[in-house]
Design a protein around this ligand. Structure first.
Ligand code: PMT
Length: 405
């Protein structure tokens, strides 16, 4: 299952470091090439020799212990890894990752790595629930870091609570699930739209909405991590652009329409999570509008519905629309799905706590032509994006059959 996969196993300093040995052994038995990096604190709990014997490679503990003059170890390791697993991950390494600190071999390698990262935290329950740790975990999740949640049980400190390192078997299962997922959209071209459009009134003013682009960016990352070639058409956003994704920046609904139509023929999957203006100013003033009377009336005109335009031209494409609603979710979702010829329609109640615009979480209902397909409870936008892309990958063959491909 893991043959040919290059995995860095980072072991940090907690009592659960001893489980790192079992994890290393299981990854090697599953066929992975495992390179172990241990922090100084980890080496106080378990010896590097144990990990060297199990991984059949020298263990890295010191950034300056350069063994091959032809390469810089932390860069070389980072460049060749398909995945980094940190188990156990202490609050300290999580904090360093969140803040970009690089003061030892593991954190330096993590900063140089562009591959996906899977973190298995283990610590005292109060540390795990500390707002700083919660914030760091959320921040890392928003950057695409994956987790294997700690278990609940007897902790080394005497508490019976959440904080135990997940069992090595469960971490291996998560690693295998990651690699299974990472190939599912190989060779597929995915187009994602994200963020809000900006409709200019004059050189200094525009109409826009609350979309931050976080949902669309998370979808682009999830598609990328499943092996797809991703193009992201982004309007106004506040989120960091995902690495490894082709970005087309636009402002207005019209620019987004033109970019989407340009990309459409060479696309297998389209996810339209952008919040597109339904109306724009009928005329854009070339000079700043001056203050005159007590009232100013703006004349607006309809924009083209991009999703509907794509739906009309649909051939092989699997088309996914979004719907930001505040009432009668199912009714409006199904109406949009049918009218705009979507294969799936993702509805979010943007008035619900933890859902919709701007935050890092969402609550989504996924509809197909047959009705409600899956209801995704409150989760991070990144996790929701993973689930959505998995549903799309599951249903893609059905779409290709019905399109006669
Ligand atoms: O960006 P975030 O802050 O993370 O917030 C995410 C989100 C709430 C914006 C996202 O989850 C979402 O719901 N996006 C769709 C918002 C929206 O425009 O919904 P709508 O119901 O107005 O439009 C329905 C669908 O038609 C959408 O796919 C939209 O992209 C599309 N549309 C709408 C108008 C238009 N002129 N052209 C379109 O293509």
């Amino acid at each position: 299952m893991l043959t040919g996969k290059s995995i860095i196993l980072g072991i940090t300093g907690g009592i659960a470091a001893y489980k790192g040995a079992a994890l290393c052994s299981k990854l090697v038995q599953a066929g992975a090439d495992v390179r172990v990096i241990m922090t100084d604190s980890a080496a106080k709990f378990i010896t590097p020799l144990t990990l060297q014997t199990l991984s059949r490679h020298p263990v890295y503990t010191d950034t300056f212990d350069e063994r091959d003059a032809a390469v810089v170890s932390h860069i070389d390791l980072a460049d060749h890894a398909d995945l980094i697993v940190i188990a156990p991950a202490t609050a300290n390494v999580i904090g360093k990752m969140a803040n970009g600190l690089a003061d030892d071999m593991l954190s330096t390698t993590l900063l140089a790595a562009t591959c996906p990262i899977l973190v298995a935290p283990a610590m005292n329950v109060h540390m795990y629930e500390h707002p700083a740790v919660v914030h760091n975990l959320e921040l890392l999740a928003s950057r695409g870091v994956m987790y294997v949640e700690p278990g609940t049980g007897q902790l080394a400190c005497g508490y019976v609570a959440k904080g135990r390192l997940a069992e090595p078997e469960d971490i291996v299962a998560a690693v295998q699930a990651f690699f299974r997922r990472s190939k599912r959209l190989e060779g597929k071209r995915v187009l994602v739209t994200a963020g809000g459009t900006m409709e200019r009134l004059d050189p200094v003013r525009y109409l826009t909405n609350d979309s931050s682009g976080k949902m669309g960016f998370a979808i682009a990352e999830a598609a990328r991590d499943m092996g797809a070639q991703v193009t992201l058409i982004a309007g106004r956003t506040a989120a960091a652009v995902p690495a490894g994704v082709r970005l087309i920046s636009v402002e207005s609904a019209e620019q987004m329409l033109n970019a989407a139509l340009h990309e459409y023929d060479n696309t297998d999957i389209v996810v339209k999570s952008a919040a597109v203006a339904d109306y724009r100013p009928a005329a854009v003033q070339q000079r700043k509008i001056k203050k005159t009377g007590e009232k100013l009336v703006l004349e607006l005109e309809r924009t083209t519905d991009i999703l509907a335009a794509l739906g009309e031209r649909k051939q092989q494409q699997f088309l996914v629309g979004f719907a930001a609603e505040t009432e009668q979710i199912e009714h409006y979702a199904m109406d949009k799905l049918r009218r705009k010829h979507c294969d799936l329609l993702v509805a979010n109640d943007v008035s619900a706590e933890g859902a919709g615009f701007n935050g890092d979480t969402n609550i989504m209902q996924v509809y197909s032509a047959e009705g409600l397909l899956e209801s995704l409870p409150l989760m991070t936008k990144r996790e929701a994006a993973n689930r959505l892309m998995t549903i799309i990958a599951d249903r893609l063959p059905l779409r290709r059959e019905s399109a006669g491909l």
